[in-house]
Every structure is written in structure tokens, then in C-alpha cells.
Design a protein. Sequence first.
Length: 311
Amino acid sequence: MSVSTPVTRSLEAARPSVSTILASRVSDYCQLVKPRISVMVLLTVSVGYFLANDGSASAPLWAAWLGIALTAAASSALNQWLEQDRDARMRRTMERPLPSGRMSPGEVLTFGILSAISGLLVLTLLVNTLTAVLTAATCLSYVFIYTPLKSRTVLCTTIGAVPGALPPVLGWTAAGGELNAGAGALFAILFLWQFPHFLAIAWLYRHDYADAGLKMLPSGPQSDRIVGLSAVMYAVCLLAVCLLPTAVGLAGPFYGCCAVVLTAVYLAASIRFAWHPSRPTARGLIAVSLLHLPLVLLILTWDHWRGLSGF
């Protein structure tokens, strides 16, 4: 016969419940796979899919979503596995599952490898080989080229922008599209859009990156000026490149006008940040960037289908 004492009752009360443990694990895996980034990836995949789909897509969109989402989760997990020591030295990342000790390196590595294999199998079997190959290249270049270069050269940003710009191309090929000018236009927009967005983020966390030995920004007395001017330069280039979908016949003048106006706002936010680098102007540039891309892509998709429908 067991006797309940105040001590045992206190220990039982302090013991976490199954639901609490489960919620904690779900939270850890969410931090590992970065769902907000995955949502943005799947949005751009969807845009590429709908722009290439003339009504006879070679694979269902859900299969592309599933395979690419699994591979994106793998990329994030493997990236954090490689960077666990650096993450432990940065305030913004030290509470992630690996540096905090809530997950073991073996668990994260296993999850990353299994997610990558599962995602690529889905794409190979249910979508097509080209999409699977491009997705594998995206994952491998992000994890094994971009990630190691972050501690070696500021050119890592340019290199990392390549896999960052491929998701709409993956959607394009998933629908059966060829690697043509349309796919190139989508790639170019995503490639250039990333720079002002990332430069503002990197500037905000520049001290964290420096503490971890990451060379994400130029160093020296003129570094703020170089970062600001770089953001403006890329936004100016984007102002021209955002018209490529109209030039290659993916959309009409309505998209072109909207894209120019939205990108001009993005450019203005970049100029404001370059003129006066500060936390408010950097955060303002990030906020504008996160509105700019979805709006441009949604208007592009709507205008494309409006043209196909004859309205």
C-alpha cells in the first residue's frame, strides 16, 4: 500500500504532463524547420506552378508542395546541425533546440537526412526527375556551399541567393515547364529581391554575426555606407528586372505598372536605410520587403490567368 506524502505530491505536481512534453517537442521541431520560411518557399513554388500550368500540368501541386517542403525542412535542420556551435554564440539563435540542448545533434542529423530522402523520393516518383534534381541542387548548395562560406567570405550572400531564388523555378518545372525565359524571369526577381531584405537583417544582427565569426557583411569604417548603397543598387536592378515577366509574355501591362510601383516603394525603403542606417529604417526595409514579394507574385499570377481567360 503506497502512502502519499506532501513530498511525493509536490514531485508529481512538478512533473510535466504528456501534453506539455508533446507541445515542447512540436515547438522545437517548428524552430528546427522554420515554418515561416517554408510558407514563403511554398508560395513562390505555387506561383511558378500556376504560371507554367496551361491546364495540363504533369503533376499535382500537392505533390510538389510535399516534396519541396520536406526538402526545405531538411535544409534548415542540416544548416542548424552544421552551425550549432556558432548558434550557441549568438543571442538570436542560442535558444534554438540544438545549442540549448533540447535536441541532440544525432536527432537533428537523422531528421535532416530522412526529410531530404523522403522529399526527393516524393518529387522523383510523383512529380518529375528535373524537379527532383533541381531541388537536390538547392538543398546541397544551401547546406554544403552557402553555410560553410558564411565564415569565410562576404560573397556567401551572393552564393546563398542562388538556392534562395530557385523555389519558383521548382514550381515551374513541377507543372511541366521547361527551363526557358519564363523560369529565368522568376529566378531573376527572387534573386535580386533577397539582397536588400537580407542586408537589412544582417545589419540588425551584425554584432551577433561578428561574435560568431560569420562574415555576412563588409567590415571597416565605411561598412554601413557600403551596405546601404548595396541595398539601393540591388533595388534599382530589381526595378528593371521586375518587368521581365511582361517582356517574356507571362503578364501584361497591369502587372508591369503594379510591379514598378511596388518596387519603387522597396527602393525608397532601401534609400531611407542607406541614408540613415538605424534599427527603425532597417526594420522598415524588412517590413516593406515582406509585403513587396507576395504582392508582386500574386499580381503576376492573377494577371497571367486573367490574360489566359481573355478578361
